[in-house]
Design a protein around this ligand. Structure first.
Ligand SMILES: Nc1ncnc2c1ncn2[C@@H]1O[C@H](COP(=O)(O)OP(=O)(O)O)[C@@H](O)[C@H]1O
Ligand SMILES: [Mg+2]
Length: 329
């Protein structure tokens, strides 16, 4: 069986079957080509006349390197490519802003509850953990999705485990906020009962939580809508990356998040290699063949594209175009 023969629904087919697809995500083990394929997809979508934003929510930035253009300052139009914008979110800035936000709210709360403690201790414990960074990035992504300024969004996601936690978090957020709201309501009622003035308290924390829950609910609706959202999983014809996306796809099914399919990257191209192939390369081809069998066993019907290993990195618009051609052939 030739590799190509088994792609039953290609990337192009999938997009044709999902014409209102708007949010594209790429997941997989580090180094498999997520950033490169996210870039290629965004370029292709822009070429279809759709206003497209390629955004990185990954703390390790790489979009500027990918595009050969600084895109860290804000939504940046890619030179010479109509409809194509890219944005690398500044993690540090986001985190500082969230910290300040949290500090303000905690300060307000301490005053409200007549607790004479410095907010700093609370702020430290609330923000000094990796989950805080992730949740700040997640909120950033949600902001972009809800703003709805583009026809399509392509997100270069954080590495596998983080991305799953980010999405799992939207459910947890909701539960957490419900609990918080309940106790805030109780606290407010108590305070109102104890106070002589009957005027209703304006409670910014409560307002924030309500708004937050609404936003998270909206985001979850978008993220679980298979007509609008698709996660594509990138793998190499190698054991570990295959194991990673297998686990990932399982999780996503559990979360009800739509899986768009699997993309196999960096397959050695037999034809391009010609006749005198060194043994080293032959061995690698054989290894890849073996792993391709696993790919077909596990993901038959879900493989959307197989990309060759190019003779250079995928960097700059011309190389992205070449990758896009292979992805949407
Ligand atoms: N098909 C390919 N052929 C050759 N190089 C590739 C291919 N796909 C990706 N690369 C290169 O592999 C490296 C890792 O890709 P990258 O997109 O950064 O992976 P990830 O985002 O998953 O960590 C980059 O240098 C990229 O240019
Ligand atoms: Mg990357």
């Amino acid at each position: 069986m030739s590799a190509e023969a088994a792609v039953t629904t290609s990337m192009r087919d999938y997009l044709r079957e999902h014409p209102s697809l708007k949010f594209f995500f790429f997941g997989g083990k580090g180094g498999v080509g997520k950033t490169a394929l996210a870039g290629a997809t965004a370029l292709w979508l822009a070429g279809q006349g759709r206003r497209t934003l390629l955004a990185s929510t990954n703390p390790v930035h790489s979009l500027s390197g990918l595009l050969g253009q600084d895109v860290s300052g804000g939504h940046t139009n890619i030179t010479g490519v109509p409809n194509f914008w890219a944005y690398e979110i500044d993690t540090r800035e986001t985190i500082e802003r969230s910290k300040k936000d949290i500090r303000d709210k905690i300060q307000w709360f301490l005053k409200f509850a007549d607790i004479s403690t410095k907010a700093d201790d609370f702020v430290e414990s609330a923000t000094m953990n990796p989950a805080f960074e992730e949740s700040a990035m997640f909120e950033n992504m949600v902001d972009m999705m809800l703003k709805n300024e583009y026809d399509t969004y392509v997100f270069d996601t954080a590495p596998t485990a983080n991305a799953r936690r980010l999405l799992g978090m939207s459910k947890v957020y909701s539960l957490w906020v419900d609990k918080m709201l309940k106790s805030r309501e109780e606290a407010r009622t108590l305070r109102e009962m104890l106070s002589f003035t009957k005027k209703k308290e304006d409670d910014p924390l409560l307002q924030y939580l309500l708004q937050f829950r609404t936003r998270m609910g909206q985001a979850r609706l978008l993220l679980t809508d298979a007509q609008q959202t698709a996660f594509f999983f990138v793998t190499l014809p190698e054991a570990l990356p295959i194991a990673v996306i297998t686990r990932f796809i399982g999780w996503f099914h559990d979360f009800g998040i739509p899986v768009g399919g699997v993309i196999v990257n960096m397959l050695l191209d037999r034809q391009a290699l010609g006749k005198d192939v060194p043994e080293f390369v032959l061995n690698r081809m054989q290894m890849q063949d073996e792993h391709m069998k696993t790919v077909w066993e596990k993901f038959d019907g879900q493989v959307r594209a197989i990309l060759p290993l190019f003779d250079q990195e995928v960097r700059g618009v011309p190389m992205l175009r070449q990758a896009a051609d292979a992805l949407f052939r």
